[in-house]
Design a protein around this ligand. Structure first.
Ligand SMILES: *[C@@H]1O[C@H](CO)[C@@H](O)[C@H](O)[C@H]1NC(C)=O
Ligand SMILES: *[C@@H]1O[C@H](CO)[C@@H](O)[C@H](O)[C@H]1NC(C)=O
Ligand SMILES: *[C@@H]1O[C@H](CO)[C@@H](O)[C@H](O)[C@H]1NC(C)=O
Ligand SMILES: *[C@@H]1O[C@H](CO)[C@@H](O)[C@H](O)[C@H]1NC(C)=O
Ligand SMILES: *[C@@H]1O[C@H](CO)[C@@H](O)[C@H](O)[C@H]1NC(C)=O
Ligand SMILES: *[C@@H]1O[C@H](CO)[C@@H](O)[C@H](O)[C@H]1NC(C)=O
Ligand SMILES: *[C@@H]1O[C@H](CO)[C@@H](O)[C@H](O)[C@H]1NC(C)=O
Ligand SMILES: *[C@@H]1O[C@H](CO)[C@@H](O)[C@H](O)[C@H]1NC(C)=O
Ligand SMILES: *[C@@H]1O[C@H](CO)[C@@H](O)[C@H](O)[C@H]1NC(C)=O
Ligand SMILES: *[C@@H]1O[C@H](CO)[C@@H](O)[C@H](O)[C@H]1NC(C)=O
Ligand SMILES: *[C@@H]1O[C@H](CO)[C@@H](O)[C@H](O)[C@H]1NC(C)=O
Length: 519
């Protein structure tokens, strides 16, 4: 409130009130009170007082501020670049005593990234699956909640804690989850502060679940075939889920058959006609198998973390993981690796082998591991001592490695000037010096020093040039003097020819040399 005395009467009245209770009744106000605003905005703050003659109205804040306007009893300030929560205080002096009023600024920002961690490539039905969600950024954290969803169904709801905030949910995988889409949602609820409910949702991840059959396939075929006659064989497999993903191979002895496959519920039926040969008497055709399923506990890891790799296929199927056989057919093959940078991009290879009466059926799958490492510069790939001549073309060789791929630049120690890497450039004298070659990735910075010594070619050339010009001058002078001397002896009298003598004595070498040195 401002009191601008407009008449002597009011002025007297005010003086009287102030005299009776000097400055005590006066109040300070701050507008806005406890504002909520998006990060990075500017804010107008009005400090006012009911004191009739306030002195020194100020705004105490750690934020950059400027006075916008002021008048009797108030002052308005603009706070710029409000990026975090803070407390601001208006202060004024009323008849010698200070009064203050404060306001808390709350800054809100949306999460930068909401991400649901990768799901297993295949999830067995009847086993628990843990979903994990990570949220980077987002403020105020007290108003931020992580929600995990299957389709539209809420699986869990947790407050955001830590950076990144992590939310988890456990679901018992069922057949119904085959193809289910999971998402993670960050909810910033500013409704209690007079604003809305803001939601940011992760990209969905789809799950595939499976069930392996408990029993071996049932085969309907004649026990013994009459050689040369054709017979139908019929192979059925129950309890395989999802049947649509199954691979069917049918063999009779070493003879691969091309079966017709039909699906009824969870039952898969493969039928084919065989013509029995003499050597196949008593042999049985079979079989279908699912997979193999190659599973990495994590596909995207940091250097040094342990990764479990497992490979499974159906009953009776022998799996081989990276060349190592599982203990027995039907058992999974497992291995654990400690991720090194050399494992970045490594493929794991699982080979499922089913032996049916001497016939071997193969099916292979691979899975790739990504390892985050670096940045690094291999000193062998980045020569650290270079000696080059001025005004010659060269290439600065340097390579950095890492995942993610680092940015590499070489900066001159003094001028911070960048020198091109891997492309030819004209070496100049100013390139002489020490360079900081820096590989930068989100995982850090690695620096290697490179000393480039540039030899001055100019001084050498100039010396020779001056030498040549001096010799030329001396020779010309001698020749000129000889001419004059010859003329003198012939004519018998001495005549100075200004032009003749001055011309050869006018070599311009100092000027030329200076020009060359400057260039
Ligand atoms: C600041 O507040 C005072 C008292 O409420 C008012 O008179 C004045 O106009 C305000 N100034 C601005 C710039 O809003
Ligand atoms: C200020 O306060 C002093 C006593 O603390 C009092 O004597 C004086 O009259 C007051 N002045 C005004 C303008 O209120
Ligand atoms: C705003 O503040 C941040 C850090 O508080 C700073 O990095 C940025 O340069 C500032 N921006 C402006 C426009 O002042
Ligand atoms: C401002 O925040 C502090 C805690 O940070 C709290 O104690 C105080 O009561 C708040 N003030 C107002 C005016 O909300
Ligand atoms: C799945 O987890 C729940 C608790 O979250 C537990 O009660 C249940 O036994 C687990 N089921 C399996 C098959 O591990
Ligand atoms: C988060 O949601 C808000 C609105 O709810 C939107 O303005 C913002 O762009 C979203 N942020 C991201 C990273 O998607
Ligand atoms: C794959 O690995 C994850 C994590 O170790 C595990 O939860 C999941 O059950 C595994 N899936 C299969 C098919 O082995
Ligand atoms: C692995 O992590 C990197 C960096 O964190 C990310 O860019 C990449 O998308 C991730 N890949 C997968 C498959 O999650
Ligand atoms: C890997 O397997 C071992 C035991 O086989 C287990 O203790 C460990 O927790 C597993 N690690 C991961 C990342 O799944
Ligand atoms: C699977 O891998 C094995 C071993 O490397 C190979 O002999 C076989 O031909 C492969 N089978 C298929 C279908 O790729
Ligand atoms: C080139 O730089 C080195 C130091 O890096 C310095 O000793 C040398 O004098 C410089 N040479 C010239 C011609 O500037």
């Amino acid at each position: 409130m401002s009191y601008i005395p407009s008449s002597p009467l009011i002025y007297i009245f005010l003086s009287l009130t102030c005299q009776t209770v000097p400055g005590r009744d006066a109040q300070g106000f701050i507008v806005p009170q406890d504002p909520v605003l998006p990060a990075g905005r500017s804010l107008l703050v009005n400090c006012s007082t009911s004191c009739p003659h306030p002195e020194l109205i100020t705004l105490e804040t750690s934020l950059p501020k400027e006075v916008i306007d002021e008048d009797q009893g108030w002052a308005a300030f603009r706070l710029s670049n409000v990026t975090g929560d803070s407390k601001i205080i208006c202060s004024a002096f009323c008849n010698g005593s200070q009064m203050t009023s404060s306001s808390n600024i709350t800054v809100y920002r949306f999460p930068e990234l909401v991400e649901l961690d990768l799901l297993p490539r295949w999830q067995p039905v009847g086993e628990n699956l843990t979903l994990q969600c990570h949220v980077w950024g987002g403020a105020p954290r007290a108003q931020l909640t992580l929600v995990l969803l299957r389709g539209e169904e809420e699986l869990s709801r947790q407050p955001a804690v830590g950076e990144p905030a992590e939310g988890t949910a456990t679901v018992l995988a069922g057949r119904g989850d085959y193809g289910a889409k999971f998402t993670c949602r960050a909810e910033l609820d500013l409704r209690p502060r007079g604003l809305g409910l803001f939601q940011n949702t992760s990209a969905p991840r789809q799950l595939r679940t499976f069930v392996l059959p408990m029993a071996a396939p049932r085969l309907v075929a004649p026990l013994s075939l009459e050689v040369g006659t054709s017979w139908p064989v019929d192979c059925t497999l129950d309890g395989l889920f999802p049947v649509s993903e199954a691979q069917v191979q049918l063999a009779l002895g070493d003879q691969m058959l091309n079966p017709a496959v039909s699906i009824h519920g969870d039952t898969l039926r493969a039928t084919a006609t065989v013509i029995a040969r003499a050597d196949q008497e008593g042999q049985c055709p079979a079989l279908a198998f699912l997979g193999p399923i190659l599973n990495l506990s994590e596909t995207n890891v940091t250097e040094g973390s342990k990764v479990n790799v497992s490979c499974t296929a159906g009953p009776r199927v022998q799996v081989m993981l990276d060349g190592d056989l599982a203990r027995a057919p039907g058992e999974p093959a497992q291995l654990q690796v400690t991720a090194t940078e050399g494992d970045d991009g490594r493929y794991f290879f699982c080979n499922a082998i089913l032996e049916v009466d001497g016939e071997i059926l193969h099916r292979n799958v691979t899975a790739q591991l990504r390892v985050l490492y670096g940045p690094k510069i291999d000193p062998a790939k980045c020569p650290q001592r270079l000696a080059w001549k001025d005004r010659t073309s060269h290439i600065l060789q340097c390579e950095a490695r890492g995942n993610p791929v680092p940015q590499l630049q070489c900066l001159h120690e003094g001028s911070r000037r960048e020198v091109p890497i891997g492309t030819p450039f004209l070496v100049k004298l100013h390139h002489n010096g020490t360079y900081h070659c820096q590989a930068v990735s989100p995982r850090g910075t690695y620096t290697l020093l490179v000393v480039m010594h540039v030899q001055d070619r100019n001084s050498f050339v100039v010396t020779i040039l001056i030498g040549v010009l001096v010799i030329l001058g001396v020779v010309t002078a001698i020749v000129a003097l000889m001419c004059i001397f010859g003329k003198q002896t012939r004519s018998g009298f001495y005549h100075v020819n200004q032009q003749d003598t001055s011309l050869p004595l006018r070599p311009v070498q100092p000027k030329e040399a200076v020009e060359l040195e400057q260039s």
